[in-house]
Design a protein around this ligand. Structure first.
Ligand code: UD1
Ligand code: CA
Length: 455
């Protein structure tokens, strides 16, 4: 929107969270609170400023496109806005102020709110909601003619004011000039000895300036998170919505209650997700995929018709079409499984690539390994990729066969169609088409079984 900038307040510690981590870094629906708020803000303005303080570096890292203002000491929401005064010097348009802890706010609602503010010709407008349990929120005090008088914090409210159910969402539009003029007069004579942004409203009205109150039709959007209980409740709300949306698009979710899907995850039609599955941030799943119970998939792509069996952990990896993984497989760190690969029970694959049609069915570790097409990696194969100091690569070319319980000591290469006999410890390259046997020959001593005495 024209001539409008946004300021998000995200410097607070969030004392009520009882956390070592700044409140706005806590996550709902797979994204930090501040990411949700920033996303909504960015839909109405290209100029989004964020006031940071507690764990500023972590907050900044999440928002590469934002501008930042440091609030060294957190002396209240009014003080937070005042810290941004220099960022708005010479700007005479509108400033939308948002708290960093309202993750459900939508861009459309913000836009409608700004239009209300403009249509009314107000110096400031506050987004409010009528809610059944206003505990903890600032209350909107209106005059006899129904116009806004001021906002009173819960902690500072009289019993009469506490009965008001119209609450302050902490989302505002201000005329920039009026905002900073009024802020200069805010004092900290209240129960928390803080500089309250809410006081700006009373200051403006007492000077005869008009303040609008826009009551939202959708109070859920302005819910602020202050406690772990509220964090869990909003997370549940978002995840329920996400499952609903995916089901509407043709995904089967057997038990939505136990299914955790981050908001940015994409899932194709006719995919079936069994109970107790977690699909996390960055994951894109194709069509007709089956994900069985107790699997966690983070930042992976999974091609159509693939199957992830029970209890797998798949992280930062790319999985092709018609692949079968699990049960109990661990695939991680930039691994690629090409189409029609089969990875079975208790197989760990790290930073490796398996070519089309390759199989590793049981009890194997492949790390820093490039495997060609149609390779058979038998049970118990281990790539010894770490010498205690450095990691080394293993290459296994197309059509090779690695027998059971073999150790491939990297760096090493097994050529095309080569065969490594079971139980081998491979320390040197194996040429194409060769048979490599690297183990002691069996010795048989007749009648010498020691465990039964001769009669
Ligand atoms: C605030 C409002 C209250 C409103 C509620 C809605 C004030 C005084 N009160 O209360 O009327 O009903 O939001 O959710 O404004 N922050 C800073 N620097 C500071 C203090 C806070 O950046 O010095 C940030 C916080 O990180 C947070 C936001 O401001 O993102 C709101 O602060 P919070 O302490 O949650 O305010 P509430 O007590 O919820
Ligand atoms: Ca809050």
């Amino acid at each position: 929107m024209e001539n409008l900038q946004v300021l998000i307040l995200a410097a607070g510690k969030g004392t009520r969270m009882k956390s070592g981590r700044a409140k706005v870094l806590h996550k709902v629906g797979g994204n930090a609170l501040i990411e949700h708020v920033y996303r909504a803000a960015a839909t109405i303005s290209a100029h989004v400023h964020v006031v940071v303080g507690h764990q500023a570096e972590q907050v900044k890292a999440l928002l590469p496109a934002a501008a930042f203002v440091d609030q060294k000491e957190q002396l209240g929401t009014g003080h937070a806005v005042l810290s941004a005064r220099d960022a708005f010097r010479g700007f005479s348009g509108e400033v939308v102020v948002l708290p960093g802890d309202v993750p459900l706010i939508g861009g459309d609602s913000l836009e409608a709110f700004v239009r209300f503010h403009r249509d009314g010709g107000y110096a400031a407008s506050v987004l409010t909601a009528e809610i059944a349990d206003p505990f903890g929120y600032g209350r909107i005090v209106r005059r006899k003619d129904n116009s806004v008088d001021c906002i009173v914090e819960h902690r500072d409210a009289s019993p009469e004011v506490l009965r008001i159910c119209e609450i302050n969402s902490s989302i505002y539009v201000f005329d920039a000039t009026s905002l900073f003029e009024a802020l200069a007069r805010v004092r900290n004579e209240n129960s928390q000895a803080e500089y309250y942004l809410t006081d700006v409203i009373g200051i403006l009205t007492s000077r005869g300036q008009k303040v609008g109150a826009y009551k939202t039709a959708n109070p859920v959007e302005i819910l602020g998170i202050n406690t772990r209980q509220e964090l869990a409740a909003i997370d549940h709300f978002l995840r329920t919505q996400k499952c609903e949306a995916l089901m509407s698009e043709g995904v089967t979710i057997v038990n939505p209650e136990s299914t955790f899907i981050d908001l940015d995850v994409q899932v194709g039609q006719d995919t079936v997700i069994h109970p107790s599955v977690q699909l996390e941030r960055g994951t894109i799943i194709g069509e007709d995929v089956t994900i069985r119970s107790f699997s966690r998939i983070t930042n992976c792509r999974i091609g159509s018709r693939s199957t992830v069996l029970e209890s797998c952990v798949l992280v930062d990896s790319e999985i092709g079409e018609d692949v079968s993984v699990g049960p109990f497989a661990h695939v991680k760190m930039g691994t690629t499984l090409e189409d029609a690969v089969k990875v079975g029970n208790f197989v760990e694959i790290k930073k490796s690539r398996l070519g089309r049609g390759t199989k590793s069915g049981h009890l194997a570790y492949l790390g820093d390994t490039t495997v060609g097409k149609n390779v058979n990696v038998s049970a118990g194969v281990i790539t010894a990729n770490y010498d205690g100091t450095k990691k080394h690569e293993t290459h296994i070319e197309d059509g090779a066969f690695i027998g059971t319980n073999s150790t491939l000591i990297a760096p090493v290469r097994v050529g095309q169609d080569a065969f490594v006999a079971a139980g081998s410890t491979i320390t040197h390259d194996v040429p194409a088409d060769a048979l490599a046997i690297a183990r002691e020959r069996q010795v048989v001593k007749e009648g010498r079984a020691p465990h039964k005495k001769k009669k």
